[in-house]
Design a protein. Sequence first.
Length: 229
Amino acid sequence: MNRTAIVTGASRGLGLALTRRLVADGWIVVGDGRDAAALRSALGPLGGGAVAVPGDITEGYHRSALVAAAVEAGGGVDLVVNNAGGLGPSPLPGLATYPLADLHALFDVNVVAPLGLVQSALPHLLERNGAVVDITSDASVEAYEGWGGYGATKAALDHLGRVLAAEHPELRVLTIDPGDMRTQMHQDAFPGEDVSDRPLPEDSVPAIIAVIESARPSGRYRAAEVAAS
């Protein structure tokens, strides 16, 4: 039986790197992204192992389409990777002046949308003893100036994962901090700065795969600690 994953934000960065590795390992991956041309260009070279479903993860009909595509391609859903997310305004504002409309939108994409996708996929995940991976950040547990908006959304996602695991002990809910990476989002967080010293997203993938493929229970993991163990 094919193992089938949904990976959001699969057109670039960590989402694309993880999609490439999963396909190489024999998974069928349904990937999404808002830019249809960029998504198809990124996933096209992966052949039949990757299915591109362009759309906005904050839209309920798109989340349903992702689940439907996974069921059609692989008969079910074994893994949901909530990787897509937003940073918020750039440069990063302090909380005293944080635009509340932007904060509302950030919670929608970083918290509400991932939960909505899990809700849509949950019957299939439970049927196949599946897993959820929520990509988080050290900003969810550390107080960094300027990172209050983003960090608050990731802290909320962390807590949703803990509660979901408590409510469904038969489901593995893995919250994973990949560490600093050389991505467009990281560049946007530090406009004008050189972020080329950060590791590539591909460097975090082996640790994420190790957590997925192991018997590790639900919980929060740091890629750096997994790689060192």
